[in-house]
Design a protein around this ligand. Structure first.
Ligand code: SF4
Length: 489
């Protein structure tokens, strides 16, 4: 599973990308080495930068670097520079804040109460407003990251204890946050009241482990204990664990796209396997949108489980019709405008002998701008496919995400611009179908009831955002004001 779509080039931006992954260890002599391993397992959640902070004998130690975890954190000297039994780390793909080392997390500040390090998966949807207010009151920001807003809210809170200040800060932010915080007293892991982004807890001997996904627990040999509940803070201090729920209880709305694409298929959410759910989605797609065809071919790697489900349900043979080279780095697929189109073939190639003369069902996880699908369909046609039918394991993506997933602005989403016929023409497929929103819930073993709030955030499909979007609404007002001013002038 990749969060950078394998066919994507930066020029296209034709992908949804998870912003971040977090991992924390409290109570192990090998804390920072374990965090490095955990981050490696979460690399798919952010490939732009990584950082680890540890705490030892009253001192915080941090190493942050651009690029992948391997290369920065597979060196003994780096791990030795991060001593202590408590450490937290972060992998990042930025949606908020420019690409710069100062934005790489964990972010760290010296507060009145001592050091404070924070790693954040999600996005604060009123960060710009809070930041403006804080700057007006004298705060000086060091980064352009939305996460730094939390630090300033903690620093300026009028409450006495650090925990109360932290809770006070969280009560002012809206949006999505799964956080791991380190203080001289210990570690706090918490999830926003809607539980939009995932966070789980595990144990490795006496150590407590927090991670964005269970796959990271597996990699370090930890046992999965439970998910952190929406709105829950888990505090690890002096080897003791306690849990508090300081927010008004709300109906949870975890991100449904974690099931479709973001999480690794070998992760478990709740008691369900991501892999199984993806296969169910493929099977549901075959029930809803059957097609006469000779082969089911996944778009690698993220389309594989859904394609397997489609093949098993339909009885159409599953074949690897697109072969992915594992030896081509991301940078190599973007060598320049004149030859950029060749990059696709460097990384992926049609299995020509298999495809020639066949009616193909191509299964992919989503369509964003549509440029990726267009290339893949063309690749199948160039390889001699008699027909190319595209099946998508999510409903049409018609709305942007403001909760920590990088999506193009709405006007650039193919499904926001075109109806099904228009999209089919755009990607040059013989047919195109998406799993229905009801079918997606069915694949999860649930029903989406129109008369009650859905059990997940599905806003990128439905536009039903589970929180207010203060920054978004304000910038829409500014845009409207600018348009009016333009008309008047
Ligand atoms: S808008 Fe879409 S991607 Fe974003 S949290 Fe909601 S379901 Fe997930």
């Amino acid at each position: 599973m990749l969060t950078t779509h394998p066919f994507e080039s930066d020029a296209d931006g034709d992908t949804l990308r998870e912003e971040c992954g977090v991992f924390g260890v409290a109570g192990s002599d090998a804390a920072s080495a374990l965090v490095a391993l955990g981050l490696h397992a979460l690399q798919h959640r952010g490939q732009e930068a990584a950082g680890i902070t540890s705490f030892h004998h009253g001192q915080f130690h941090t190493h942050r670097a651009m690029g992948h975890v391997a290369g920065s954190f597979d060196r003994d000297d780096v791990i030795r520079s991060l001593p202590g039994t408590v450490a937290a780390g972060h992998v990042r793909y930025s949606t908020t804040g420019e690409t710069a080392l100062r934005n790489v997390q964990p972010l760290y500040a010296e507060l009145q109460s001592g050091g404070f390090a924070i790693a954040h998966n999600g996005n604060i949807s009123n960060a710009m407003k809070l930041r403006r207010d804080l700057v007006r009151r004298g705060s000086i920001f060091q980064s352009t990251s939305d996460t730094e807003t939390i630090i300033h809210l903690v620093a300026t809170s009028s409450y006495r204890t650090l925990l109360d200040r932290f809770i006070d800060a969280l009560k002012q932010v809206e949006g999505a946050y799964s956080l791991i915080v380190m203080t001289p007293e210990g570690m706090i892991a918490c999830r926003d009241p809607l539980g939009i982004r995932p966070l789980v807890m595990g144990r490795l001997g006496d150590a407590v482990i927090f991670a964005s996904e269970t796959v990271a627990l597996d990699v370090v040999g930890a046992t999965f204990e439970r998910a952190i509940d929406p709105g829950e803070l888990v505090i690890v201090q002096d080897g003791q664990i306690r849990s508090i729920r300081p927010f008004a209880q709300r109906f949870p709305r975890p991100c449904i796209f974690e099931w479709v694409y973001f999480s690794r298929p070998d992760s478990i959410e709740g008691d369900r396997s991501v892999y199984d759910v993806r296969k169910n989605i493929g099977a549901q797609l075959a029930i809803e949108s059957p097609v006469e065809a000779d082969l089911v071919i996944p778009v690698p790697d993220s389309g594989v489980p859904a394609a397997l489900g489609f093949a098993q349900q339909s009885g159409i043979p599953f074949e690897l019709g697109i072969i992915r080279s594992h030896y081509v780095g991301r940078t190599f697929i973007q060598p320049g405008d004149q030859v950029r189109h060749l990059g696709v073939k460097l990384k992926h190639n049609a299995n020509r002998a298999l495809i020639k003369g066949k009616r193909i069902v191509l299964v992919d996880d989503s369509i964003v701008r549509g440029t990726t699908s267009l290339k893949i369909v063309q690749m199948m046609r160039d390889a001699g496919a008699a027909e190319v039918h595209m099946r998508i394991a999510s409903p049409p993506t018609r709305h942007s995400c403001f909760y920590g997933v990088d999506t193009p602005e709405r006007a650039k989403l193919l499904a926001a611009k075109l109806d099904l016929g228009g999209m089919t023409d755009f990607i040059h497929a013989d047919s195109l179908a998406f799993v229905s929103i009801d079918g997606l819930y069915k694949a999860l073993g649930e029903a989406r009831r129109a008369d009650i709030r859905p059990s997940h955030c599905d806003a990128c499909f439905t536009g039903d955002y589970p929180t207010t979007l203060t920054d978004q609404d304000e910038s829409a007002d500014v845009d409207q004001f600018a348009m009016l001013a333009e008309r008047v002038s």
